[in-house]
Design a protein around this ligand. Structure first.
Ligand code: NAI
Length: 327
């Protein structure tokens, strides 16, 4: 398994859980290859020392490198966490271009040297478009093998719903995050169920009727989930790290073990009218062979408008990257 950006914050929260068996189970040994840029190599080496000090039974080998061809050689799982953050004065176009310069070459290296069954999940932002770039650059690897992480957004939505209903998150199913991993995302509970009943009915009971439920959805639930990253930064003084790492663990675990319903950003084949090739968050299921979009769900007019706005943002990101010849 390859983890990029392994010397960073999410890397530090992720590596120990992988090595403990949380992602692949307690019977699957792991070999970790940690990719960093030269400035990040010491951080990754420090994490590797601590991994050794944990003496995890499952961890057979750790190698730190700044060479993508070494890092991805033979990898079946690639966690693309490292990305270029937005610097002072950086416009969105600059950010997209800087990350295209990372995810293009990494995708190409995956196509050249990774295992034939490789699957990659992109965490580094802008995650959806970075995943589209990596997929387009990975010669010989089907685009379905690349996804982008929206599981954190999904889990945030489940957490908010469980909280207002005062139930365990395990009793919530059928939540969807549609669109981009950004503030335009649309967290949707129209098809969700809580302890066997429609979530919308349960919310109406909890907040005082159907009209109050609609107001809660529009004015509290959707904006809070979509802006939760900013809320965490404001309260914690630092971005989401442990919850992001947890979402990566669950994204890969459920894709491989199978799940009836979660959210992930995958390459569109035109589902729900999303232009082909955009890496868009949908409701997905997996039988263990990769995430597939759950089709045939109804979106009401308000939901459709929110989803369309987020897809429009993905189109704009794609067009900006195309304009500089990176996609
Ligand atoms: P961080 O800044 O602590 O770590 C990033 C690491 O990536 C650094 O060590 C850096 O040296 C490394 N890096 C940069 N370019 C690289 C390259 N070309 N190859 C290999 N490594 C490279 O950031 P943090 O907190 O770990 O977050 C990582 C990314 O995840 C950010 O882009 C962040 O916005 C994103 N993120 C995505 C979430 C999602 O739900 N999709 C949730 C939270 C964060």
């Amino acid at each position: 398994m390859t983890v990029t950006g392994a010397g960073g914050q999410i890397g530090y929260a992720l590596l120990f859980r992988i090595a403990a068996g949380d992602m692949l189970g307690s019977a699957q040994p792991v070999r970790l290859r940690l990719l960093e840029i030269p400035q990040g190599v010491r951080g990754a080496e420090g994490a590797a020392l601590e991994l050794q000090d944990c003496a995890f039974d499952l961890l057979h080998d750790v190698e730190v490198t700044d060479d993508p061809h070494v890092a991805f050689a033979g990898a079946s799982i690639a966690l693309l966490v490292g990305a270029r953050p937005r610097g002072p004065g950086m416009e969105r176009g600059d950010l997209l271009a800087a990350n295209a310069g990372i995810f293009g070459p990494q995708g190409a290296a995956i196509g050249e040297v990774a295992a034939s069954d490789v699957r990659a999940v992109v965490v580094g932002n802008p995650a959806n478009t970075n995943a589209a770039i990596a997929a387009a650059s990975a010669a010989g690897v089907p685009a379905e093998r690349f996804s982008a992480l929206t599981r954190l957004d999904h889990n945030r939505a489940v957490g908010q719903l469980a909280s207002v209903l005062d139930v365990s998150p395990g009793e919530v199913s059928g939540v969807t995050v549609w669109g981009n991993h950004s503030a335009t995302q649309f967290p949707d509970i129209a098809h969700a169920r809580v302890a066997g009943r429609p979530a919308l009915d349960a919310v109406a009971d909890a907040v005082g009727g159907a009209d109050a439920a609609r107001i809660w959805l529009d004015e509290e639930f959707v904006p809070r989930v979509a802006r939760r990253g900013a809320e965490i930064i404001e309260v914690r003084g630092s971005s989401s790290v442990a919850s992001a790492a947890n979402a990566v663990i669950e994204h890969v675990r459920d894709e491989r073990a199978g799940t009836a319903w979660t959210s992930a950003a995958v390459a569109s084949h035109g589902e729900y009218g999303v232009p082909e090739g955009l890496v868009c968050s949908f409701p997905v299921r997996s039988d263990g062979s990769g995430y597939r979009v759950i089709e045939g769900l109804d979106l009401d007019d308000r939901g459709r408008a929110r989803f369309t706005a987020s897809v429009d943002e993905l189109v704009a990101e794609r067009d900006a990257v195309r304009a500089i010849g990176k996609l």
